[in-house]
Design a protein around this ligand. Structure first.
Ligand code: ADP
Ligand code: AMP
Length: 213
C-alpha cells in the first residue's frame, strides 16, 4: 500500500503516519525527519536544508527529490510506504507520479487531514519532538510518560526551532500557496480521501483505517 498524507503543518500527519506504518507494516517516510537527522549529523545536505527550514520555507524541489528517490531504493519500500511531508509542491507530486508510473505503479490513497489554521498554532507550540527517533508528542494532547523524555527511545524532547510562533505563521502561508493545491491534484487522480483532523488522535486513526480497509 502506498499512501500520501496531506495537511497543514501540525495537522497530525506524522502522528497518524506512525500509527498507519505500525498497523500495515510499511515504513513511515518523513522528509522533515530525514532533513532533521541530516542537520543533527552535520551533513552537507543538512547544512543546505537548515537555511530554508529555519525560515519556514520549503527546501528546493531538486534537493528534496534527490533525497526521496534515494530513500525509495531501500528494501523496506518494496511493500509500500506512508509518505509524510512529501510531496509538498506540484512539481514534487508530478515527479512522484512519474517515478511510480515508470515502474508500472501508482499511489493508492492521498489522505488529507483537515485542521483549520486557528488550531494549528496551539498544536505547534505544544509539540515536542524527539530528534533521535522522530517521536512526536504534545504537552497537553499527547504527553510523554515522563516530561521531556521520548517514550520510544529515551531521547530528549525539544521544541523544534521552526515550531516557534513567528515561523509557524510563515509555514502556514507556504502551505496555503505551495502545498494546498495538492488536494485538487490528488482529487483529479481520484485517490483523495478527507478526514476531520480536529478529532482525538484515536478517532482520526479510526476514520483513516476505515478508509484504508
Ligand atoms: P504534522 O506531522 O502534520 O506536522 P504532528 O503529527 O507532528 O503534525 O502533530 C502536531 C502536534 O499536534 C503534535 O504535538 C501532536 O502530538 C499533536 N496532535 C496530533 N494529532 C492530534 C489530534 N488529533 N488532537 C490533538 N493534538 C494532536
Ligand atoms: P515537517 O517535519 O514535515 O514539518 O517539515 C519541516 C521542514 O522541512 C519544512 O518546513 C520544510 O522546510 C522542510 N521539508 C520537509 N519536507 C519537505 C518537502 N517535501 N519539500 C520541501 N521542503 C520540505
Amino acid at each position: 500500500m502506498k499512501i500520501v498524507m496531506l495537511g497543514a503543518p501540525g495537522a497530525g500527519k506524522g502522528t497518524q503516519a506512525k500509527m498507519i506504518a505500525a498497523k500495515y507494516s510499511i515504513p513511515h517516510i518523513s522528509t522533515g525527519d530525514i532533513f532533521r537527522a541530516n542537520i543533527k549529523n552535520g551533513t552537507e545536505l543538512g547544512k543546505k536544508a537548515k537555511t530554508y527550514m529555519d525560515q519556514g520555507a520549503l527546501v528546493p524541489d531538486e534537493l528534496t527529490l534527490e533525497l526521496i528517490m534515494d530513500r525509495f531504493k531501500q528494501d523496506d519500500c518494496k511493500n509500500g510506504y506512508v509518505l509524510d511531508g512529501f510531496p509538498r509542491t506540484i512539481p514534487q507530486a508530478e515527479a512522484l507520479t512519474k517515478a511510480l508510473a515508470a515502474e508500472g505503479d501508482k499511489l493508492d490513497y492521498a489522505v488529507n487531514v483537515e485542521v483549520p489554521d486557528e488550531n494549528i498554532v496551539n498544536r505547534m507550540s505544544g509539540r515536542r519532538a524527539c530528534l533521535s527517533c522522530g517521536g512526536t508528542y504534545h504537552v497537553v494532547y499527547n504527553p510523554p510518560k515522563s516530561e521531556g523524555v521520548c517514550d520510544a527511545c529515551g531521547g530528549g524532547l525539544v521544541l523544534r526551532d521552526d515550531d516557534k510562533p513567528e515561523t509557524v505563521a510563515k509555514r502556514l502561508e507556504v502551505y496555503h500557496t505551495q502545498t494546498q493545491p495538492l488536494i485538487e491534484y490528488y482529487a483529479g487522480e481520484k485517490i483523495l480521501k478527507e478526514v476531520d483532523g480536529t478529532k482525538d488522535v484515536a478517532d482520526v486513526f479510526a476514520d483513516i483505517t476505515a478508509i484504508l480497509a
